[in-house]
Design a protein around this ligand. Structure first.
Ligand code: ADP
Length: 662
């Protein structure tokens, strides 16, 4: 399992602590969540509280508008009524100043004159569209009338109870509204006194049918009523309101009305009306029911059928009432505007405001929530960043420490490597000296032998010189020279071999290294009775190596081969050197017993030996292996087919290496 570096993430405990911290930051507390809720409820309550004045302001504005419009209509109605009355006001005046009429009322006129007056009054009524025009004498009896030829003729009827007559008899203009006792129709009366001298001798009366005016009102959006000075509605756009009172009538008033037979046949019930508060400059808010029309004595069945259908309990509707007095007529005109539309408008406006404010509130809430989330996320991010920075600092610290340790370890390794190299080099040198030691017996023999020969040649040369056998002496001196040359070569080889070579590599002549090695071992080979065959393909082959170290490797391998063959019947050692696939391959094989299969993997191990104590240290192959490694080559051990051991050294060719470098 790979060991974990100190910076390789936090421990699980740390992690859960961090996660918890993150969890805590991610979830707002209950108080945090309630806060905007409470604020929202408060804002909504404030909004509702604020809506109340807004709603009444909107309603007031609506009512003011309505009042303004209905005020115009009221003015129009009053003006129309004024105009209508004014049209007829002068008629009785003109009649009163007509001498023929005076003659009629004073009773001095003939039957023909009366008939002519009747016809004239009838024509006048037609022309002016008056209901009736008639003349009364001082007793109140009608003595000439426009309706003389109709079934409901006033002729001979006495209307002395009518206030307009009473008023006119006092010499003043009598004005009066009442139901016609004969016709049952609502009418307005103008009565003018007919003077003869200073005395009132009769009364000229014109009666107008006011019912026609109502027809125009019904097309209006407004309800209109005209009330007499007792509070009795006698004209209205709503038939159900006619002949009803705005307030209950006192007995006294009822008695007077009965006396004047003003509303004959009507009980004068009260209107079902709730008076609300009067708004300055606007009017009075009322609630008013619309009952079915009260039947009157003069009303026909057809007329009654045309009126509003009777309802059991008519509902009260809200109206804005405005009133204006018509002082000269003794009337008050009330106009009723329906406030339902204003209420609807107010509600619509309120609903709109509420919807807008709610939408704004929701948008504000959404914005607030968004900002809160963003700020929470930023806080979370900041805390994560801080945590990350802390961890990075921690890990950096650990990394720095680990780095320092690593550096220390590296320098320790380097030192160890240096020491190892030094030891190896010392070992190489030591083994070389050991090999020299081994060879020393042979070498001393190698030197002693020519030395002895030189001595005997020298002695012989002296003798030949004494005998003046100069040629023979010269031949002996030549032999001495050859022998010293041979000795010098041996010593040179020894010196070279003993030299401590630097660990660097350079192009080395392979043939020379092999031959020099064999020269050193010459004696040992011959002592062992071995036969060494040398097969060098090309004497100019250059390998990347070091001359002394390559010699040392070959000396080691040949020494081992000599050891291997020394007890055998055949004592052959073969050395081949050739170039193969750009590498230089040197093989040292022998006719010995070979290497045991199980030892093949161990022969290069230091101190591995199968030799007896004192014969082998087990370092030769290990040192050779190290040297070949230094050269960038390789050495392997195997057994060849004939049974002996074969060691194959594979070195880089200097030629190939140069070519590659080039
Ligand atoms: P040493 O010769 O001191 O034992 P070496 O490292 O040179 O140490 O050799 C290690 C061993 O390898 C030898 O003891 C021997 O068993 C085996 N060995 C080396 N060369 C040969 C060879 N030519 N034939 C058989 N065995 C060999």
């Amino acid at each position: 399992m790979p060991c974990r570096l100190p910076f390789d993430g936090a421990t699980s405990k740390e992690k859960s602590r961090e996660d918890n911290a993150l969890d805590r930051e991610d979830k707002p507390s209950l108080g945090g969540r309630l806060q905007p809720l409470v604020a929202g409820v408060l804002a909504f309550a404030l909004l509702l509280a604020g809506l109340w004045p807004i709603s009444s302001w909107i309603r007031q504005r609506g009512l003011a508008d309505l009042a303004n419009r209905s005020g115009h209509v009221l003015t129009l109605v009053v003006e129309t009524l004024h105009g209508e009355l004014a049209k007829y006001k002068s008629t009785p005046f003109l009649l009163a100043h007509n001498p023929r009429m005076t003659r009629i009322v004073t009773g001095v006129a003939s039957q023909e004159e009366v008939a002519a007056a009747n016809a004239e009054l009838s024509r006048l009524a037609q022309v002016t569209d008056a209901s009736d025009i008639y003349l009364m004498n001082t007793t109140g009896t009608t003595i000439a009338t426009s309706n003389f030829d109709l079934p409901r003729s006033f002729m001979g009827q006495n209307f002395s109870y009518r206030p307009y007559f009473i008023e006119a008899m006092k010499g003043r203009l009598g004005q009066y509204f009442a139901l016609g006792t004969t016709s049952g129709e609502r009418g307005y009366y103008f009565a003018h006194p007919i003077f003869e001298g200073r005395y009132v001798v009769g009364v000229a009366v014109v009666k107008i049918q006011v019912g026609k005016i109502e027809a125009a009102w019904r097309a209006s959006d407004h309800e209109i009523m005209v009330v007499d000075d007792d509070g009795v509605v006698f004209l209205s756009s709503q038939p159900g309101w006619v002949m009803r009172t705005l307030a209950p009538l006192s007995d006294e008033v009822r008695a007077r009305i009965a006396e004047h037979r003003r509303y004959d046949g009507h009980t004068l019930l009260g209107l079902d009306m709730d008076l609300g508060k009067a708004e300055a400059g606007i009017g009075t808010l009322v609630k008013l029911a619309t009952p079915s029309p009260t039947p009157s004595a003069g009303e026909t069945l057809a007329e009654r059928a045309g009126r509003t259908v009777a309802r059991a309990q008519p509902a009260k509707l809200p109206y804005l009432m405005q009133s204006r007095a018509m002082a000269d007529a003794g009337w008050t005109v009330h106009i009723f505007a329906r406030t339902a539309a204003v209420t609807r408008q107010t509600n619509t406006a309120l609903a709109l405001i509420l919807a807008t404010l709610t939408a704004l509130g929701l948008a504000a809430f959404a914005l607030y929530q968004r900002r809160r989330r963003v700020s929470e996320r930023m806080q979370l991010q900041a805390s994560i960043n801080a945590e990350l920075e802390r961890r990075v600092a921690e890990r950096t610290d650990a990394l720095t420490r680990a780095n320092l340790l690593l550096e220390e370890e590296v320098s320790e390794r380097r030192r160890a490597e240096r020491e190892l190299r030094q030891t190896q080099s010392d070992l190489v040198q030591a083994s070389k000296l050991a090999a020299l030691g081994q060879m020393s017996a042979g070498l001393s023999h190698e030197l002693n032998q020519p030395l002895a020969a030189i001595r005997s040649y020298a002695e012989n040369a002296r003798k030949f010189l004494a005998r003046e056998r100069f040629d023979t002496a010269d031949a002996n001196l030549g032999l001495i020279g050859d022998l010293t040359e041979r000795m010098a070569r041996i010593i040179r080889h020894l010196r070279t071999f003993a030299r401590k070579e630097p660990t660097t590599v350079r192009p080395t002549l392979v043939a020379r290294a092999i031959e020099d090695s064999l020269a050193l071992l010459q004696r040992k080979i011959s002592d062992a009775g071995a036969h060494v065959s040398l097969d060098i393909a090309d004497h100019s082959m250059l390998a990347i190596a070091g001359e002394v170290r390559l010699q040392q490797v070959i000396v080691n391998l040949v020494c081992n081969a000599l050891d291997a063959v020394k007890d055998g019947p055949m004592r052959n050692i073969d050395i081949t050197a050739r170039e193969e696939d750009g590498a230089i391959v040197i093989i040292v094989s022998d006719s010995g017993p070979g290497i045991a299969q199980e030892d093949l993997a161990n022969v290069f191990d230091p101190f591995f030996t199968t030799k007896d104590v004192g014969e082998g240290l087990g370092l030769g192959l290990s040192i050779s292996y190290g040297i070949v490694q230094q050269f960038g080559g390789e050495i392997v051990a195997r057994n060849h087919n004939a049974g002996g051991a074969a060691f194959e050294i594979r070195l880089r060719s200097a030629l190939t290496a140069t070519e590659t470098a080039a």
